[in-house]
Design a protein around this ligand. Structure first.
Ligand SMILES: [Zn+2]
Length: 72
């Protein structure tokens, strides 16, 4: 899995909608790649802020969808 693919999968990963094989590839990449670990950490932090109704402008549509799924 490349960094770009990992970033595409992050929203699905966080809401638990990744298939088993994608999930294990995702986690293997995270172990090997500090920059993706940092990206995931900041992504998750943003998600938590939004879940607390913090106002953040320019939220990407896929992030909004991920939050809606988490809240359901
Ligand atoms: Zn990476």
């Amino acid at each position: 899995m490349t960094c770009r693919e990992l970033i595409d999968f992050i929203a699905d990963y966080l809401v638990g909608e990744l298939g088993e094989s994608e999930r294990s590839e995702f986690e293997r990449h995270l172990i090997l790649c500090p920059s993706c670990r940092a990206y995931l950490a900041s992504y998750r932090q943003t998600l938590e802020l939004l879940a607390d109704d913090a106002v953040i402008e320019d939220v990407p549509e896929e992030l909004v969808q991920a939050i809606l799924k988490v809240r359901r």
